[in-house]
Design a protein around this ligand. Structure first.
Ligand code: TRP
Length: 357
């Protein structure tokens, strides 16, 4: 593996370059990457750009563990009677379609590895409640999701469970969006505190942030299932084209001959993210700024570029669908492998805490 480039420009992590390079060059002991996703519904372009497109290639440099955070989904969806397991399977089908290779990364289910819960419980002995109350997402979500009761211990403990998810595998790097940075900050603090009591048994994780700016939703608000402004990975070409046609664009540009703004315009942000024909994008931008192109042309070309980019995903999705039990089996097997690692960590943790009988 010494031929693997040490650091790509895409990833934050340059400061740790020498350490990574050393690990990659010496043995099969590559640093571990851990990340998870809550199975709360269909995956959309935000998941693709913000997470999945980054997850896939990481196995070249790291040992990767990716899991379905079903317990985390329950922290906010506990009142929903519908089972989340079908979402879980469906989401993993999307992961694979998006290029996460189940042969090279371990894919598994959080709740099939109960050691996550054991470590979360043990960490909870040393983590003060105010630390959890101070995590910004805690209050934000409570204010935003008013249709449900989030005054539960489970919801307060969300970042602590996330800490355990990572630490139980000695996860060193965590590929996440910038919305997760505060959680990882809590993780590092919790682990440091644990170390003060019991010695250095765990690893402090670092985020692997993607520099790609977040894609807005079709209406220029934050992309979110609850706003109905997403393009889903399972949308067919016709649906994508229809959605693109309805996209928000420069509102001041009521006619095609009025000069438009490209910066911050979702139509052009999507062009930048999906259209590989850079010359075409540059030409469209120049003509848009000059008031020399209609929205219809800009959007028609965007829809074509997006459908071209999504077609390989759709093809893989069709393949995956042919073997419906395959994903379930792969997750059960992945969970078994993950559990072996988690059990070894828990042996160390129990030793450190003198829980030996
Ligand atoms: N909180 C993450 C999110 O909403 C999901 C998650 C749970 C996670 N456990 C994790 C991500 C551990 C990375 C590592 O996206």
């Amino acid at each position: 593996p010494s031929s693997i480039p040490s650091t790509t420009s895409c990833w934050d992590g340059c400061s740790r370059k020498s350490e990574e390079t050393r690990s990659v060059n010496t043995t099969a002991q590559r640093p571990r990457v851990v990340s998870g996703m809550r199975p709360t519904g269909k995956l959309h372009l935000g998941h693709l750009v913000g997470a999945l497109s980054n997850w896939g290639p990481l196995h070249e440099k790291y040992e990767c563990l990716y899991f379905v955070a079903d317990w985390h989904a329950l922290t906010s969806e506990h009142a929903i009677r519908k089972s989340i397991t079908s979402n879980a399977i469906d989401n993993v089908a999307d992961w694979i379609s998006a290029g996460v290779d189940p042969e090279r990364s371990t894919l598994f289910i959080q709740s099939l590895v109960p050691e996550h819960a054991e470590l979360a419980l043990l960490l909870s002995m040393v983590v003060p409640i105010p630390w959890l109350e101070r995590v910004p997402t805690y209050k934000e979500q409570q204010e935003q999701l008013t249709d449900r009761d989030l005054s539960t211990l489970g919801f307060l403990g969300y970042p602590l469970l996330q800490t355990a998810d990572i630490a139980v595998y000695d996860g060193r790097f965590v590929p996440v969006g910038d919305d997760q940075v505060a959680h990882l900050e809590l993780s590092r603090e919790a682990i440091r505190r644990f170390h003060q009591y019991y010695g250095e048994v765990l690893v402090e994780p670092q985020p692997l942030l993607t520099p790609v700016s977040r894609l807005p939703g079709l209406d220029n608000r934050k992309m979110s299932k609850s706003y109905g402004n997403t393009i889903d990975l399972t949308d067919d070409a016709e649906t994508v084209t229809k959605k693109v046609r309805q996209m928000y664009t420069d509102p001041k540009r009521v006619r095609a001959d009025i000069p438009g703004t490209v910066e911050g315009n979702p139509v052009f942000m999507y062009h930048d993210a999906f259209n590989t024909n850079v010359a075409e994008v540059d030409d469209l931008k120049a003509r848009y700024r000059a008031g020399k192109v209609g929205d219809v042309e800009v959007k028609t070309k965007l829809a074509a570029a997006m459908n071209a980019a999504l077609e390989p995903l759709r093809a893989r999705r069709r393949e995956v669908r042919v073997k419906p039990d395959h994903i379930r089996e792969l997750l059960v097997e992945g969970s078994r492998r993950a559990r072996v690692i988690a059990q070894a960590t828990m042996e160390r943790v129990r030793d450190a805490m003198k829980l030996r009988y």
